[in-house]
Write a protein that binds this ligand. Sequence first.
Ligand code: NAD
Ligand code: MG
Length: 384
Amino acid sequence: MQKRIAIFGSTGSIGTQALEVIAANPTLFSAEVLTAQQNDELLVQQARQFNPNIVVIGDENRYQKVRDALAGTDVKVFAGEKALEEVAAMDCYDLMLAAIVGFAGLKPTLQAVENGKTVALANKETLVVAGDIVMKKAIEKRVPIIPVDSEHSAIFQCLVGENLNPIDKIILTASGGPFLGKKPNFLVNVKRDHALQHPNWSMGAKITIDSATLMNKGLEMIEAKWLFNLKPDQVQVLVHPQSIIHSMVQFEDGSIKAQMGLPDMKLPIQYAMAFPQRLVNSFPRYDFRKPNTLTFEEPDIKTFRNLALATEALFKGGNLPCILNAANEIAVFAFLRNRVGFLDMTDVVERTMEKVSYIENPTLEEYFESDAAAREFAATLIHL
Ligand code: NAD
Ligand code: MG
């Protein structure tokens, strides 16, 4: 039987690659739900190609345009933020691919878990913001959360077959981004177009900037803590510029397992969608016989201070990761509009973390309030 997939964020980098996986495996998967925020034209094109049951356009001003374009088809069209949650609560799909970017992904993902649907999770911000609540709910509802983020997929793949063998630590690899080895005197002049060029991965704008500032790796440390039920000091970051080892797990006997391959997000996407099966594909293969060197180094947290801030949030927990995430979303948004400099992004995050009140065990409501308070304060620093 086909697995019915709901892609939340189908017009993004992850969403479009997931549709390529579906197109390549039509007997295994169908696209039942597709959602987009702004890109109505691509959403309509995807709906024509994949004939889903439902599409949701986040921006309500574009509802009529999408409806008109899909008139005469049997695709149902909904619009608005609330509709995302309502559709996530429906029974028409089996697996949600959570591929919305940022805090906006939290509510629909939580709704899918509440609804007992398997979640293939690309949207790391969901776990950064409210990992305790999401994971508790997933355990209560017996919902598998399968990571799509390449590092976490690597760790997940290393853990398959290990039953309950305890983890000693995980080693999260980081490419180091386009500014590996650079110092603040260089970074201070970096502009958006330069920061948008990632050496190994082609991704959405927000995560590409996060990769350049190393905030992405910081968010991933927190994501890993929740996914694999780790203590903060069991999460180690290692710079590996070639991005061939996607991450590693060290077990209690000292044995280390790694998952490797050429960097291609379609692999973790299809692994999460087909788990526990592995699907045949024609993606290029890594060849150890070709001249190549794999190198490793410690991250430079003095220069890339976001990693230090995220480590602080990882250790202190509570609403601090939520505050860090919200301030970072505002800072990245401003940087993409050339409103702040590259290094200013870290200052915005740091000052917001100092300003917004710490709560040790927040409720979901308190996470939303912390997010709003952090955004409001961060915006005053930027004069948006
Ligand atoms: P993207 O910007 O390319 O796409 C984001 C998608 O979310 C789009 O479909 C967009 O319409 C939708 N969206 C944006 N804002 C929204 C809102 N407010 N409400 C509802 N929908 C909204 O992003 P991406 O690179 O595909 O990343 C998606 C998520 O996956 C992020 O959380 C990112 O960290 C994670 N991720 C991405 C990659 C990658 O290779 N791109 C790798 C690992 C993890
Ligand atoms: Mg990643």
